[in-house]
Design a protein around this ligand. Sequence first.
Ligand SMILES: Cc1cc2nc3c(=O)[nH]c(=O)nc-3n(C[C@H](O)[C@H](O)[C@H](O)COP(=O)(O)OP(=O)(O)OC[C@H]3O[C@@H](n4cnc5c(N)ncnc54)[C@H](O)[C@@H]3O)c2cc1C
Length: 438
Amino acid sequence: MPDAQANAPATDWPDSHWLASTEPPAAFAPLAGETRAEVAIVGAGYAGLNAALELAEGHGIQAVVLDAGQPGWGASGRNGGFCCKGGARLSAAQIASRLGEGAAGEWAAFERAAIERVRDNLARYGIDADSGPEGELQLAHNQRAATRLRAETGPGGAQWLEPPALAERGLKGRFHGGLLSPTGFPLHPMKYAQGLVRAAEVAGVRLHGDSRVTAVAREGAGWRLATARGHVLARRVLWATNGYSDEAMLPWLAGRILPLVSAIMVTSPLSEAEREAQGWTSQIMAYDSRRVLHYFRLLPCGRFLFGGRGSASSASRAQAAFASVLRAEFEALFPAWAGVASERYWSGHVCLTGSRAPWCAEVPGHDGLFAALGWHGNGVAAASEGGRRIAPALAGGANCAPALAQHRPGRVVPPLLRPLALRAGMALARLADGPIGR
Ligand SMILES: Cc1cc2nc3c(=O)[nH]c(=O)nc-3n(C[C@H](O)[C@H](O)[C@H](O)COP(=O)(O)OP(=O)(O)OC[C@H]3O[C@@H](n4cnc5c(N)ncnc54)[C@H](O)[C@@H]3O)c2cc1C
């Protein structure tokens, strides 16, 4: 992406709450000289790391993993930590009409398996990522959304809560009720990412930081990847760069993905009296029903995390402006906390695709070169499982990603028109959402 943040040097970790509340992340040496590998993975986030772990544990292949920053530097080290269903922007009916009923059921099973994958990773690798409590709440931002969400009560044990019932559970805000689903749990995203990094090291994965891939070329039966100081010659390659993808490296992707900015502010610790004053004392992860959605949760340390989309650029001027927008929206939804300080603010990139679903497949016309990306802002679980499912294909076997994720994305917005399209799209979506906090 032609964007300051996407090309930030490796050492520039965002000043996030996550960085401040865990051990300094591991720093890996850049790739140097020429290396050979059965598999090379570009991007060391949840997708790339899980693919590497699966290759090592299930196929005896020690991949070379390259990151332009350091492992976990992308969205995987800076997200909201909602380990939840999601990954596609399609309803079950839309998936069924595109690919049949079977594909809709298969996708739903993938979403559930993805959450269990993260749970299993935490247990298997002994990662303490401050996870829990179980469940996820979608809050209605207006009466129309309340009517729609109320009708979804039942499947998977989802329970509709009117505003008084929400208040009783310590979930009081300016909402018209909420749908509480029992599936999913929050975690500390950087602790999860760093735990995967440690597990990958133990499994013999060859990790390199500060190793931006700057050229990709066919060589013999494989691929040559070039970085500033080294080269990898690999039989197969996985492109796991999600919202940080440089389409110039992989022109087939150009215009088929749409990177978006998501941003988070975290307050100073809330006293018990402040939590009681707002009536929000639960640590359940929650998001609202707006198109330009907000996501939020009380952290185990007593701070409140409030995230939102709607900024068209991650350049520093745009981010300074969006920090004020996000703060105003936070105060509109949680008026009792208008005087509480914001301690930190940061942002990162998520990635949509032209198919409105993730894409985990071989790139057409690129024998042996695969992509796993496009988690639509919900990749904690989906990218973890997507990376695992594509690993057998990287080992020369079958691609185990669901049919929906193997469906080729069409074109969405040409890169040059993106800033304009994003600004117009956001403005229209905000208009349709209506005022905040009424
Ligand atoms: C602020 C924010 C909040 C979010 N909140 C949530 C949430 O609560 N729940 C949820 O499920 N999802 C959330 N997401 C989305 C989630 O974080 C991502 O979907 C997920 O982390 C994607 O993982 P990944 O491995 O595909 O990509 P990333 O973690 O983004 O990793 C991609 C990596 O590729 C590297 N890279 C790019 N180009 C190159 C190159 N040429 N050479 C080498 N390396 C390269 C980058 O340095 C980067 O580290 C959020 C995202 C953001 C930004």
